[in-house]
Every structure is written in structure tokens, then in C-alpha cells.
Ligand binder design. Structure first.
Ligand code: AMP
Ligand code: GLY
Length: 418
């Protein structure tokens, strides 16, 4: 995600120099990478002051939730993203579900628990499938869609007893399982105006056919054919606008990118989750289709002038396939040499965005669970899918794992079983 953000920012005529902290070998081709990690807020702020940085863009959720925007603002620095009060929307599922309920925004029925035994008893009283969610941040891995009550009890054990997500598991949300297709809808908002981006669909589970555990995201495509103009208007009226208003009414005005994870059910669109930043890998496909200058949009968001800008898109489709380390989202080894990257450099319509990579002895090696996001554009989804898998086939590393069915759903809609 951060590589695609840097790639898009680098295209802006307003920008002459980009620094990225900490960056990776892919980003280092576009920006000067600096050795500060995302959690070193004070050092990041010091750096921005010393270098007179005109605009700081925050990629991931953790620093937003920690209040990096508040600290930069206190130092008079321009920064893009919601402040700590608003970032709670992603930091706490108990908060976001309560907000949805209080403001009548459609979402799955749920209950929240901070007591392990009560959570277990509640599960015993329910019929599977059941969804169990850790309250706090868990890198996309804290949600368990359980087919049986036993699985749900196991999820409660790992979240509340074994504390696999630490404090993020002090509370859980247990909710009704929704059936439908998922769409990610992202929008810029300055708290007064909302400018929606093009729709995209993530593929959350690790294996083909939407099986296996949830990950941070294994691939995405944009646009989503299911998102008709009519559906968009419904989402705007019932979900997007009410969410921004709800945050204002809660005195948590929201500025930045708001990400709404939707399930399109028979009863209409419902909110699965909120994120307070660009999605990963949604950013990779959305930004590949964005025609407008993102820096201008970000500056207009900060100055509350979003009504004065237009957001334009390329009509072509894009598909992103995430190449992951074998074992992800569980444990995996780092340091595997990645080959084939050079063959894709400067190929029109293809971008290889780096995630968990690093340089070692003149080579690029794996350094994380999700290693690369390969993006291809095409006339339509089918064309983009063909192009992306052709590109993926040129890259390899020991143990590489990727899904072979990214975007297939947009081409052959799944048939429902009776
Ligand atoms: P979340 O982080 O809350 O979006 O959840 C991650 C993923 O879990 C979602 O993208 C869905 O695939 C799935 N999920 C979450 N909540 C539900 C639900 N109530 N019903 C069915 N699937 C869900
Ligand atoms: N792709 C899901 C996320 O960014 O949270």
C-alpha cells in the first residue's frame, strides 16, 4: 500500500521530493527512505520539522490510532489522516459497532463482551455460523467466521484467554454471520464534504474459493460490477453520509480517507467494518485507476475544501495479486531471494508494489508475510486478470504463495446453492 501511495504522490506536479519512513527497496526508487519506524512518532515529527516537510501522509492505521496526526498538528505540520479521536473508528470494533447501532446504520446484529465466561455462554446459546471479532487492531487477522459453535469457542479462547492479539482481545464482538458479496468503498472526507473513490473488492482469506483463515488481503480488483449506480446511491444515503454525520455528532469529526467494508446482503448493504486509511491491497488497484492529482485532493481534505475539487478516474480496470510468503498468515521465513523483478520494470500497465521486501547483498529478499502486490490494468477485469497473472508468473521466490482466483468472481459471478 505505501509503495502505491508513494507512486501516486510522485506523479503530482506539486511534489519535488518525497521521503518515506521506513520504506522498502521498491519505494527507494521513488523516494528517499529514512530509517525511522512507524511507531517512532516523536522522531518522525522531529524529522518533519527539521526537513520542513510540507505534507505528511500516514499509510497504516497504528500511528493514526496512536495520535500521530494530533502531534503533527500541535507542531504546525500539515498531515493527512484522521486524528486520534476519529481513528477510534478502526481502533475499537466495540466503538464502531455501538456507533452503527446508535445511529441506525445497517450492520450485523451483535453483542460485546469483556468477560470470557459470558462470551462462552452467549456462544452456547447461539446457532452457528457465528462471527467472533477481537475489539482492537490485529492486522486483519482478528476476525473469525466460525462454521460451528466449537470453532467460535476456540476463537474466544485464542482472543480472550491465550491473548494472541494482546490487549486488542480484552473485549470481543460476537455477531451474526452475514451472507453476500463484499465491497470496499473508500472516500475522502473533510468532515463536511465526501468524495467517494471507485469501488474495489478485497480477497480476505488465504486460499482460493474464499477458504482458509483471514489475512490482511490477498488481492483486489476495481471496479466492482456489483456496485451499480443505484447501489452506490443507497450506500451513500444509508451508510456513507450517516457515518460522517455520526462522527460529527459524537464530536469526533473525521478528516482523511474513510474505508467502509460492506456486505451486500439480500436485505441491502451492511457495514462489516470501518478502517481509517487506504485499504491494502485496495489502494494498489484504486490508485492505479486514479487520474486526478492525489496531493491536491489530500490538501483539499486538510483545508476542508473538498467541494472545490473533482476526482477523476481512468475507465480501465485493475487487478492486484498479492504474492505472500509460504505459511502466511501463520509463521513464515524471511530472506528468500526474489527473482524476475527486473523483467517487469517499465512495462506499461504493470506495477510491482513492494511490501515485505528488503535489500541484502545486492539482492532483493522477502521480509514479511505479504511480499509483493502485482498490479495490472486492462480494458476490463478479464483483461486485467490475464495481464496480472502473466506478470506474476515471471516472479518467484522460495515458498511463494498466491491466490489463483483473484477477480474471478467479477467475471463469473458465483452461483448460489439452493
Ligand atoms: P472485518 O475486519 O470486520 O472486516 O472482518 C474481516 C472479514 O471477515 C470481512 O471482510 C468478512 O469477510 C468477514 N466478516 C466480518 N464480519 C462478518 C459478518 N458479520 N458476517 C460474515 N462475514 C464477516
Ligand atoms: N484490505 C483490508 C484492509 O486494508 O484492512
Amino acid at each position: 500500500r505505501e509503495h502505491s501511495i508513494v507512486w501516486k504522490i510522485a506523479q503530482s506536479p506539486l511534489v519535488s521530493k518525497i521521503f518515506c519512513a521506513p520504506g522498502n527497496p521498491g519505494i527507494s526508487e521513488l523516494a528517499e527512505c529514512i530509517n525511522i519506524t512507524v511507531d517512532q512518532t516523536d522522531q518522525l515529527c522531529e524529522f518533519a520539522v527539521e526537513e520542513n516537510i510540507d505534507l505528511t501522509v500516514v499509510g497504516p492505521e497504528a500511528p493514526l490510532v496512536d495520535g500521530i496526526v494530533d502531534i503533527f498538528n500541535e507542531h504546525g505540520l500539515k498531515v493527512f489522516g484522521p486524528d486520534k479521536k476519529a481513528a477510534i473508528l478502526e481502533d475499537s470494533k466495540v466503538f464502531s459497532k455501538s456507533l452503527l447501532k446508535k445511529h441506525g446504520i445497517p450492520t450485523a446484529d451483535f453483542k460485546c463482551f469483556d468477560d470470557y465466561q459470558q462470551a462462552r455462554r452467549y456462544i452456547a446459546s447461539k446457532e452457528a455460523p457465528i462471527v467472533v471479532k477481537a475489539d482492537g487492531l490485529s492486522k486483519g487477522k482478528g476476525v473469525f467466521v466460525c462454521k460451528t459453535n466449537d470453532e467460535a469457542l476456540q476463537a474466544i479462547d485464542s482472543i480472550m484467554k491465550d491473548k494472541v492479539f494482546g490487549e486488542a482481545g480484552d473485549q470481543v464482538v460476537i455477531e451474526e454471520c452475514l451472507i453476500g458479496e463484499e465491497i470496499s468503498l473508500l472516500a475522502f472526507t473533510d468532515g463536511k464534504n465526501i468524495v467517494a473513490m471507485e469501488s474495489s473488492q478485497d480477497h480476505k482469506t488465504v486460499f482460493d474459493g474464499d477458504t482458509g483463515p483471514n489475512t490482511g488481503g490477498m488481492g483486489a480488483y476495481s471496479p466492482v460490477p456489483l456496485m451499480t449506480d443505484e447501489l452506490y446511491l443507497q450506500v451513500e444515503k444509508e451508510i456513507l453520509v450517516p457515518t460522517v454525520h455520526a462522527m460529527n455528532r459524537e464530536e469526533r469529526p473525521y478528516k482523511g480517507v474513510i474505508y467502509i467494508g460492506l456486505m451486500i446482503t439480500d436485505a441491502g448493504p451492511m457495514v462489516l467494518e470501518y478502517n481509517v486509511r487506504l485499504g491494502d491491497p485496495e489502494a494498489q488497484v484504486i490508485l492505479s485507476r486514479m487520474k486526478s492529482d492525489i496531493v491536491q485532493i489530500m490538501l483539499a481534505t486538510i483545508s476542508e475544501d473538498l467541494d472545490k475539487v473533482d476526482l477523476e478516474w481512468y475507465s480501465q480496470a485493475s487487478v492486484c495479486v498479492v504474492m505472500a510468503s509460504g505459511g502466511y498468515p501463520g509463521s513464515y521465513d524471511n530472506g528468500k531471494e526474489i527473482t524476475g523483478l527486473d523483467s517487469l520494470k517499465n512495462q506499461d500497465g504493470i506495477s510491482v508494489f513492494h511490501a515485505g521486501t528488503k535489500s541484502a547483498n545486492g539482492k532483493i529478499v522477502t521480509n514479511g508475510g505479504r511480499v509483493l502486490g502485482v498490479v495490472a490494468c486492462g480494458e476490463d477485469i478479464e483483461d486485467a486478470q490475464k495481464n496480472v497473472y502473466e506478470a506474476v508468473s515471471k516472479i518467484s521466490f522460495d515458498g511463494v504463495h498466491y491466490r489463483r482466483d483473484i477477480a474471478s468472481k467479477a467475471i463469473t459471478p458465483p452461483t448460489s446453492t439452493i
